[in-house]
Write a new protein. Structure first.
Length: 387
């Protein structure tokens, strides 16, 4: 018997050595990691407070020349992700600061990017020849393959929140960044583009708003494709003033049991999310409003525009106020509450579209009568599955 045990141990040891040499993995040793009963709980629900962020951003503005960094940003690193510059498993987010008179040169890339204005006026992003001017709460998108550059023509520093699908693109090993922008008409012969650091503005002022922002109306002559890929919204600017008005007009509506009053920024040509891997949303919680519990198979990052409240995640309460940022990992029970006396407004970005594209998106949620339901989503809509 002892001889048999020794022989089996020797065989197991040899098998492990052979597997390592042949670049094989013994499934039975990795099974727990491969056959998870639920999504991994690596990322944490975490809040970054504005009172901590603002002085560090101002200090960066005084100590880090824009010429040395191109984009002056402090990146949110979720404490559960081992120092990776990711706010959630699938999203990258940062606060960027540009001092008065500063500009950042043109480039383009395969990750989709966005900026949501936090403070300052006079800022702009030029996207595919359109100069998109910025005010607090405005959303400007730079989809994959669109040339873009930034600047601040105001008298005070400009701060915005960047959100990109960089972790998704990186995991797929599809990342390209290009910096060799050139405008052919600068070459007298017209044969070779001459490299330029910034785009010439070629589109009419505020063209995104003029063409695409009239609700329920779409000009038949307006281009459906702008940029390299075209699988994104041709509207590059979404104004906070319009979004806020839309939410306030619904103040008397019951809204969503799990989000209050919530709206999604969409591609005006088809009603889909503005970019294929991310959905951009704004929601309003009325004074004292508290939502029902839910957990979703997607991640999100939130920014508080106005008001104060808390989010409860797996029983832990996280408070938030003006300009605070918080991360929501996947498959965690959560609910919101407005703890103030005024309407609270939250902006959020989620990777839900890319999860839906896999056909695997699902929710578990509290019902109006206090029960629970498990919901899967198909091409025909929601389907409630009995627990």
């Amino acid at each position: 018997m002892a001889t048999q045990v020794k022989e089996e141990a020797a065989n197991a040891s040899q098998l492990s050595a052979d597997a390592a040499e042949l670049n094989l993995v013994e499934f039975w040793k990795q099974r727990a990691a491969l056959e998870g009963l639920e999504p991994r709980a690596d990322a944490q629900a975490y809040r970054w407070k504005w009172r901590d962020l603002e002085p560090r951003l101002r200090l960066a503005g005084e100590t880090v020349p824009i010429e040395d960094c191109e984009r002056r940003a402090l990146v949110f690193a979720n404490p559960g992700l081992g120092g990776m510059p990711h706010v959630t498993d699938n999203l990258f987010a940062a606060f960027s600061l540009y001092k008065a008179g500063e500009t950042a040169p043109v480039h383009r890339h395969t990750p989709c990017a966005s900026r949501f204005v936090v403070e300052g006026d006079g800022g702009f992003t030029v996207v595919e020849g359109e100069k998109c001017k910025m005010n607090r709460g405005d959303l400007i998108i730079t989809p994959a393959g669109t040339w873009h550059d930034h600047g601040n023509e105001g008298s005070e520093s400009l701060i915005w929140m960047d959100v990109l699908d960089l972790p998704i693109v990186s995991k797929l090993n599809l990342t390209f960044f290009e910096f060799d922008y050139g405008e052919a008409k600068a070459d007298k012969s017209g044969a070779h583009p001459i490299a330029t650091g910034y785009q010439e503005v070629t589109e009419a002022d505020d063209i995104s708003q003029k063409l695409y922002s009239a609700g329920g109306m779409l000009p038949l002559f307006a281009p459906e494709r702008r940029g390299l890929t075209g699988n994104h919204s041709p509207q590059f600017v979404y104004r906070w003033q319009a979004a806020r008005r839309a939410l306030e007009n619904l103040a008397g509506h019951p809204g969503s049991l799990h989000d209050g009053l919530i709206m999604e920024y969409v591609n005006p040509t088809n009603g889909r999310p503005v970019m294929p891997n991310m959905s951009f949303r704004v929601q309003m919680l009325r004074p004292g409003e508290e939502t029902a519990l839910r957990r979703r198979l997607s991640t999100a990052v939130y920014f508080c525009l106005e008001g104060e409240g808390l989010v409860e995640v797996d029983g832990e309460q996280i408070e938030w106020g003006r300009n605070d940022v918080f991360a929501m990992p996947s498959w965690r029970w959560s609910k919101f509450k407005n703890t103030g006396s005024e309407n609270a407004f939250l902006y959020s970005v989620t990777d839900e579209p890319v999860v839906r594209a896999t056909g695997l998106y699902r929710e578990e949620r509290e019902t109006a009568d206090g029960g629970r339901e498990f919901v899967v989503f198909t091409s025909h809509g929601e389907r409630v599955v009995e627990l």
